[in-house]
Design a protein around this ligand. Structure first.
Ligand SMILES: [Zn+2]
Length: 433
């Protein structure tokens, strides 16, 4: 098959040696894609100098091509409960999240929802995610299968719960660990799939289950771990009651070897300085889920207290209020503002591309427009919606442009998505705004 050549404005995000996020831009660039990988990124003028004809390229100069966006924490079965009116975390889990996850007992429903979930995230420019499925092994299986048909980089795990949840959503520790191991053996490293061990949180796992999770993590050194930590004050009090021997919330995980560089802890809002220091020392990552933290009234993450290399950004749907990573960055900006902190648009775009790729250990595969990486791309149409187009007309520099894109874009702005060099989504040409 011949190479795919796209001519467009290209933007990719890097971290400078001084630690600041920066943009690498070709205002008129060419991206060459072969066998699913980016094989060249260059200015259109250089492309011609090398003896190529620009007429070979598809002309997308009205668009911007970004690396595909990455979400480090999202719940596949909770898409249907977006916008559910409730009290805070524990009430919301009981009233909405657990019933929604119980519906996944049905394998046919789970399979249909897995497809639907991937379509929804891709339509918003997300080409890779780390995903909670449900306690049912078939829900995880379905999601991996659906991602495999798109040759999509996906990190996922079946949820581990053995108490404090509806009976249909719990499973004794030993059969649960056996199911996890089977999923790891079948999927981890198959194509672009990676497995993440997924104990929901300390409240719904006994020490025995967390111990088995730790053994699985040790036995499969490149497998990831995803869970929740220190999200809500009531939750933290309940963890203290359930684990009276633990010195704090992190200690519950730490005691079983789960505080490690393969771990992503969602939220981590209310950590003590000692917990934070231990988490960072272990090389673990925090998934900042601003729309969820605002929606569930969980609190404001102090992002200045966390080195950027340990901080990823995530939608946390359905506690989060939307799957769009750009929307998530808007909420991150507001959380920073509310604390008198800054969240620069370069940091935002870096986070949802190269930064989140690093968190998942996938920086050699995704996150930038760079030769050798997978061609997972968003073709962004800055003419939609019209509010964005109008604002871009008055922007004076890249900071203003990217900030406007982050603030004012919506699903109409996502013109196309490519995964492994294949066109997997083409947006409709709605012109109303
Ligand atoms: Zn979550």
């Amino acid at each position: 098959m011949g190479a795919l050549k796209l001519r467009s404005r290209l933007m990719s995000f890097v971290r400078n040696s001084d630690g600041a996020a920066a943009v690498e831009e070709q205002s008129d660039g060419v991206l060459v894609i072969e066998n699913g990988k980016i094989t060249a990124v260059m200015d259109a003028s250089d492309f011609e100098v090398k003896g190529n004809a620009l007429s070979e390229c598809e002309d997308l100069r009205s668009c911007i091509i970004f690396p595909g966006f990455i979400d480090t924490h999202v719940h596949m079965p909770q898409l249907g409960i977006l916008a559910s009116y409730s009290d805070q975390l524990l009430d919301w889990l009981e009233r909405y999240a657990f019933p929604a996850e119980t519906a996944f007992c049905d394998p046919a429903f789970a399979a249909a929802q897995a497809e639907h979930f991937l379509h929804r995230i891709i339509a918003l420019g997300t080409t890779c995610a780390q995903v909670f499925t449900t306690v049912h092994a078939h829900s995880c299986e379905s999601l991996f299968s659906a991602a495999e048909t798109k040759n999509m980089a996906l990190v996922a795990g079946k949820v581990m719960m053995d108490r404090n949840a509806p009976e249909q959503l719990t499973q004794p520790p030993v059969p649960c660990a056996r199911d996890c191991e089977e999923l790891i053996n079948r999927w981890h490293g198959k194509g672009r799939a990676r497995y993440a061990l997924t104990p929901r949180f300390a409240i719904t796992s006994s020490d025995e289950q967390l111990a088995l999770c730790g053994e699985l993590l040790q036995g499969h050194t490149d497998v990831l771990l995803q869970t929740h930590l220190s999200e809500n004050l009531q939750e933290i009090a309940e963890v203290g009651r359930l684990f009276p021997h633990a010195r704090d919330y992190l200690d519950v995980y730490e005691g079983h070897g789960l505080n490690c560089s393969d771990a992503t802890f969602a939220h981590s809002i209310h950590l003590s300085s000692n917990e934070r220091a231990r988490l960072l020392d272990a090389g673990a990552k925090i998934a900042f889920c601003p729309s969820s933290n605002l929606f569930l009234g969980s609190g404001f993450l102090d992002i200045q207290s966390i080195p950027r290399s340990h901080l990823s950004i995530a939608s946390d749907v359905g506690g989060g209020t939307g799957l769009s990573m750009l929307h998530t960055c808007v909420e991150a900006y507001k959380v920073a503002q509310a604390q008198g902190q800054r969240f620069h648009p370069f940091e935002a775009f870096y986070a949802i591309t190269a930064g989140n790729a690093s968190t998942l250990g996938l920086a050699d595969e995704i996150g930038q427009l760079k030769s050798g990486l997978s061609a997972d791309l968003v073709v962004f149409d800055p003419t939609k919606p019209s509010q964005l187009a109008g604002r871009l007309g008055t922007c004076v520099d890249l900071t203003e442009e990217l900030f406007a894109i982050m603030m004012l874009s919506d699903d109409r702005s996502i013109r196309r998505c490519y995964i492994s060099g294949e066109l997997v989504y083409e947006g409709t040409n709605q012109t109303w705004a």
